[in-house]
Design a protein around this ligand. Structure first.
Ligand SMILES: Cc1cc2nc3c(=O)[nH]c(=O)nc-3n(C[C@H](O)[C@H](O)[C@H](O)COP(=O)(O)O)c2cc1C
Length: 166
């Protein structure tokens, strides 16, 4: 069984809550709030899920910002990596869930095998740094406007990840 590690940064609790829902949907996964110490744990996992909310206009969540430079040197060769993010597609429709894109970009030289891409169909936004080749690089969640869709989105994504991990 692949070891799954969930690493999240959350300023007002939304990403923390969805990170725990993702953990519950997997059943067997470890969860860490991101900081320099937590980052050293990434090496022990086969599957790594990184979650961040987006702040400012398209900025990483603060605790992720603090470790961003360290992501550059990570060796994730042989690991499967995906992202989840919370954002607000109506008030920030040009920077929706940009933080997922920032994390994805930071790991381009890490050797990671990226999994868990998601179609953009059920969202309404103009632009997102997290969209690459017409798909989100991970799971975008909008607790501000589409909270009622979160459960289903998480269940579907975790099923998708399980099949991509198998
Ligand atoms: C001042 C402010 C700036 C924000 N900027 C963005 C943004 O650029 N893009 C986005 O998608 N969401 C943005 N949001 C929405 C938050 O990302 C969203 O509320 C998220 O669920 C917060 O998660 P957290 O509690 O885990 O930090 C912003 C919210 C606030 C209050």
């Amino acid at each position: 069984m692949a070891k799954i590690g969930i690493f999240y940064g959350s300023s007002t609790g939304n990403t923390e809550a969805v990170a725990n829902q993702i953990k519950d949907a997997f059943g067997d996964a470890d969860i860490f709030e991101i900081n320099a110490d937590a980052l050293t744990n990434i090496a022990s996992y086969d599957v790594v899920l990184l979650g961040s909310s987006t702040w400012g206009f398209g900025d990483l969540q603060d605790e992720w910002e603090d470790v961003l430079d360290s992501l550059d040197g990570l060796d994730l060769t042989g690991k499967k990596v995906s992202f989840f993010g919370t954002g607000d597609q109506f008030n920030y429709d040009e920077t929706f869930c940009d933080a997922m894109g920032i994390l994805y970009e930071a790991l381009q030289n890490s050797g990671a095998n990226f999994i868990g891409k998601v179609l953009t169909d059920s969202y309404q936004f103009s632009a997102s740094r997290a969209v690459v080749d017409d798909q989100f690089v991970g799971l975008a969640l909008d607790e501000d406007n589409q909270n009622e869709m979160t459960d289903d989105r998480i269940q579907a994504w975790v099923q998708q990840l399980k099949s991509e991990i198998a």
